[in-house]
Design a protein around this ligand. Structure first.
Ligand SMILES: [Zn+2]
Length: 142
């Protein structure tokens, strides 16, 4: 996709501060650094243009996650953060801004005031309902 900014980064047609580069994946610094300068916000992408996580081939998904782990280990060694948020936003409702799979690696501190996944304590549905939904997905996976 020639308009995709992450494909341009992969092709080195757009600038990026590259962290890691192998055959299948690329890691680079996000332009937005909410924990700067103590912390780090990195992105890890597959070199192949794939829009969302559920469209990844399993092998590429594995390679992507291996790079995420590699980068996270290095970030831990270099910055010793209190924690790390590692996530991927998929689709407009999840505020995915670039339609090319990317995993965020963001260092966290106890008082950084950044996103909590749950703004409020979420409901705990009855186990019978959880079992029913699990069965629906399990059946689909079979
Ligand atoms: Zn792309």
């Amino acid at each position: 996709m020639d308009t995709c900014v992450f494909c341009k980064v992969v092709d080195r047609e757009a600038p990026a501060s590259v962290i890691y580069d192998d055959e299948a994946t690329l890691a680079f610094m996000d332009l937005r650094q909410p924990t700067w300068p103590e912390g780090v916000h990195a992105l890890v992408v597959p070199k192949q243009h794939v829009e969302q996580v559920d469209e990844l081939e399993p092998e590429l998904a594995g390679l992507l996650m291996a790079t995420v782990v590699k980068v996270a280990r290095s970030v831990r060694r270099c910055f010793a953060p209190d924690g790390m948020s590692i996530w991927s936003s998929n689709g407009p409702a999840a505020f995915q801004e670039v339609p090319h799979v990317h995993m965020h690696v963001l260092t966290r501190t106890h008082e950084d005031g950044l996103l909590r996944v749950y703004a409020e304590r979420p409901p705990h549905p009855p186990t019978v309902d959880l079992d029913e939904v699990a069965a629906t997905i399990r059946t689909d996976l079979a």
